[in-house]
Design a protein around this ligand. Structure first.
Ligand code: FAD
Length: 366
């Protein structure tokens, strides 16, 4: 069974890996680079039960368990580790006479509670996770093709039989999966699908060495101008710390390689780092990153078959939990395509047809 997967983010590579484990032949077609977008630049934070009470709960719990299994099975080249997770608040240039609540934080930060323990929260380095799954899929006979998907091939019955690349080449498959993150909106020109929007985020990666333990911090931070930010700080196993804040609705460029930062966003993040932590203030910055997370109208992902089109599937719109939910999405998509059913997660709540399809006419000129 040849399965063509459009997009080499965490979702596409997880689908490829779980297909390859079953002996199928996944072919990932990637326009820019594997993990070149949100899946290489995100936080990589994982939580077992933070989706309780929502339709995502089953997917998240299954994924949390699979993350531990994958790290074991594939020798963990992505620094999977369990964490303590805290909440806190700070005001820019706020009181510094107070004793620091954690050794690496400045006195301006008040830690208000524990949000998670090593039993319930964990972290991966997202680029290594995504490229690691692609490599593992290739080792099992999967394939990576560089190219931009611009359309679908159809059989006389209307069933999808492959994709067309911008080079004019075609890649044949028994099934095609749209997993292009926020760029999945472009597939509404080929298939009856709802919109997936992109929501921009900025982050820094700092080389903190051993100065911060295995901890994550979710903050409320008030800038001097009064603006309230909700930064996240995650200390990774590779001796770097990832810090994000500053989201915006800036337009998504058609070419993933053209994603650019908002003016001053990284400078504001750097100021915040200097305020909240001496360890961050003195750490060299190794990356200033910008990326778009994929979001649907009801904030739930689209995972399943495209209604009325044989051979066409979608897995996109994972919003703030795409790194967490990649494994169970990959596993469920492999089961759906190869067995026509799923054994661990009910995909009903994620059926693409629950949302109104986007009128492709609105995308003319793209
Ligand atoms: C700042 C930030 C922090 C985040 N932190 C976390 C976190 O801590 N934990 C968590 O679980 N989630 C987090 N997320 C969410 C997570 O990163 C996303 O949900 C996830 O990366 C989406 O993966 P994806 O594979 O769907 O999309 P992407 O990573 O965007 O991959 C889509 C791929 O499709 C390719 N593509 C586009 N067009 C085409 C085409 N025409 N042909 C072929 N390929 C194409 C792109 O080049 C890209 O590689 C965060 C997101 C952001 C923005």
């Amino acid at each position: 069974m040849r399965v063509v997967i459009c997009g080499g983010g965490a979702i596409g590579t997880a689908i490829a890996y779980f297909h390859s484990r079953r002996g199928a032949r996944p072919i990932v077609v990637e326009r820019h680079e594997v993990a070149g977008s949100a899946s290489g630049k995100s936080g990589g934070f994982l939580a077992r039960d933070w989706c309780r009470g929502s339709e995502l709960d089953q997917l998240a719990r299954r994924s949390f368990d699979l993350h531990a299994e994958l790290a074991d099975e594939l020798d963990n080249p992505w620094g999977y580790r369990r964490l303590e997770t805290y909440a806190g608040h700070a005001v820019e240039n706020g009181a510094t006479r107070k004793a620091a609540s954690r050794s690496w934080l400045s006195g301006s930060v008040t830690v208000t509670g524990r949000l998670g323990s090593p039993q319930t929260t964990a972290l991966v380095e997202p680029r290594a996770f995504t490229t690691g799954l692609m490599r593992a899929a290739e080792a099992n006979g999967g394939e990576l093709r560089h190219g931009t998907v611009v359309g679908l091939e159809r059989r006389p019955s209307g069933a999808v039989s492959g994709v067309v690349l911008d080079s004019g080449e075609t890649v044949d498959g028994d099934a095609v999966v749209i997993a292009m993150g926020p760029w999945s909106i472009l597939a509404t020109r080929w298939l009856p699908l709802p919109a997936v929007f992109g929501y921009k985020g900025h982050s820094l990666v700092l080389r903190t060495g051993g100065s911060i333990g295995a901890e994550a911090l979710f903050l409320e931070y008030q800038e001097e101008n009064g603006e309230l930010l909700t930064p996240e700080v995650f200390a990774r196993a590779d001796g770097t710390t990832w810090v994000c804040a500053i989201s915006s609705t800036g337009p998504l460029p058609i070419d993933p390689a053209q994603v650019a930062a908002d003016k001053n966003a990284h400078a504001r993040l750097e100021t915040m780092c200097r305020n909240i932590s001496p360890a961050l203030a003195s750490a060299p910055i190794v990356a200033r990153q910008t990326c778009f997370r994929p979001v649907t109208e009801d904030s739930l992902p689209l995972i399943g078959q495209v209604a009325g089109v044989d051979g066409a599937y979608v897995a996109s719109g994972h919003n703030v939990w795409g790194m967490l939910n990649a494994p169970a999405t990959g596993e469920a998509m492999a089961e759906l395509i190869l067995d026509s059913t799923t054994s661990h997660v009910d995909l009903g709540p994620f059926a693409p047809e629950r949302l109104k399809t986007l009128d492709p006419v609105r995308l003319r000129g793209v």
